[in-house]
Design a protein around this ligand. Structure first.
Ligand SMILES: [Zn+2]
Length: 204
């Protein structure tokens, strides 16, 4: 009986160390990155077959790599998915509710029937000051560093924003249009995804 209790307590400590405990101990900014879609849900697809789920997963992986190599792990970054699997929106927001990070960023690419439309957009749920500030800074970086056309932050009633807004600043990024040939060409190049990852990371 005693042994079982010890095991239980150790288990709790372990899970604590991996999550909230780490934040308190290190004092590092905690960031939750959500690569949209995954698995059977490819998200939008370009004419050439480039899938949104792959582009955004690649970008969050590069963000992790940049954080390690360039920023000496300045941020504690958590991912809602690490590979090509479909995670429910509820499970994605559960992680945020548990961690209460400094910022939550969901990454997507856009699609429209009008193939001329291009540019990056950022959605927040409402006019939360901190969310808007993050949105403006990231949009500015994407425009200045990478030449993306950008629009003012928009408000969107997305589930991942609605369910996380109480816990932290929450943003949904639309990193260009896969329906636009020049932006899908840009996003198809891994060097450009690396640049996008760095630009977003430096904005945080
Ligand atoms: Zn999407």
């Amino acid at each position: 009986m005693k042994a079982r209790i010890v095991v239980l307590i150790c288990g709790l400590m372990l899970s604590n160390n991996k999550t909230i405990g780490q934040t308190i101990q290190t004092g590092r900014k905690v960031v939750v990155l959500d690569a949209g879609h995954g698995g059977s849900d490819s998200g939008t697809v370009s004419e050439g077959g480039l899938q949104e789920k792959d582009v955004v997963l690649d970008i969050v992986r590069y963000m992790i790599a940049w954080n390690k190599s360039l920023l000496e792990s300045k941020y504690d970054i958590y991912l809602t998915r690490r590979k090509d699997t479909l995670i429910s929106l509820t499970d994605r927001t559960k992680l945020v509710k548990h961690l209460k990070p400094d910022v939550f960023i969901s990454l997507h690419c856009n699609h429209l029937n009008d193939t001329n439309i291009q540019g990056a957009e950022i959605y927040t749920y409402d006019s939360n000051e901190l969310s808007l500030l993050y949105a403006k800074i990231i949009l500015n970086e994407l425009n200045q560093d990478l030449g993306f056309k950008t629009r003012k932050p928009k408000q969107g009633n997305f589930q991942v924003l609605r369910e996380t807004k109480e816990h932290c600043p929450a943003l949904l990024l639309e990193l260009g249009y896969l329906s636009n040939s020049s932006e899908s060409y840009y996003l198809n190049d891994s060097q450009n995804r690396k640049a996008l990852a760095l630009s977003i990371l430096m904005s945080i």
